[in-house]
Design a protein around this ligand. Structure first.
Ligand code: HEM
Length: 207
């Protein structure tokens, strides 16, 4: 089970602010580049990609430290919360784009996101926002370590699966979607391998 992270090393708050600034500028650029519905669709696609980047940085942070202990992996892990918050921010902009698309072009929205997608995606959002809200020391303490670990373990895997399905289902129409799909599978294998290595080192106890 995942443990609530202890943040002894000091994360640099600039990482969050810079990431948020880039997200904001990217959102403006998308809406400026293409007018109306096309700009909103561009925003939805762009934020899906920034979300994947931030998600993967958080998802592989522990495995990176276990595999290649060093300055970069330490930096990546120290900023795990920042990657998580940036992922939440990016996917909240994805949600804003979705809402705008639903209001501006309801028929197109129904075609692009049928009911099943909305239900499974809605559950992912419940996890995303619950995980974001409990990624502060005070709220994590309020939830307690057992429920924190349950929420963040199930949420992380469900979000991973959501990305896998969202990218995987597009491969037939556009083979380039194999790139994010393979990245997600590689990230999972990396985590499993790093966990297995760590449990071997501590005499078979899960690390
Ligand atoms: C109710 C929830 C959601 C709805 C209604 C929704 C809707 C959409 C729509 C309409 C698009 C296509 C935009 C276009 O081609 O114009 C899209 C793209 C995408 N969404 Fe979402 N989404 C939801 C949640 C999620 C979640 C939870 C994830 C992943 C964790 C996700 C990942 C993606 C990805 C990877 C793409 C493809 C982006 C690309 O083309 O690179 N979405 N979404």
């Amino acid at each position: 089970m995942i443990q609530p992270p202890r943040f002894s090393a000091r994360p640099n708050p600039l990482v969050w602010w810079l990431g948020a600034l880039v997200l904001g500028l990217m959102a403006l650029a998308c809406l400026q580049a293409l007018p109306g519905v096309d700009g909103v669709r561009l925003l939805i696609r762009a934020t899906a990609r920034t979300s994947l980047l931030f998600f993967l940085l958080a998802y592989t942070a522990q495995a990176a430290v276990r595999t290649w202990p060093g300055a970069w992996s330490n930096w990546q892990r120290t900023h795990r919360r920042q990657w998580g918050w940036l992922f939440v921010a990016s996917h909240t902009v994805h949600a804003a784009g979705i809402l705008a698309l639903a209001l501006m072009a309801p028929d197109l929205f129904n075609t692009l996101a049928p009911l099943g997608n909305r239900i499974s995606g809605g559950l992912a959002y419940a996890f995303i926002w619950a995980m974001g809200l409990t990624s502060f020391d005070r709220s994590a303490r309020w939830l307690g370590p057992t429920w924190w670990a349950r929420l963040h373990t199930w949420g992380l895997h469900y979000i991973w699966l959501s990305f896998l399905v969202a990218n995987g289902k597009r491969i037939a129409a556009q083979p380039l979607y194999a790139v994010p799909t393979l990245l997600l599978l590689a990230a999972l294998c990396w985590r499993l391998w790093a966990t297995r290595q760590a449990s071997r080192q501590v005499g078979g106890m899960p690390a």
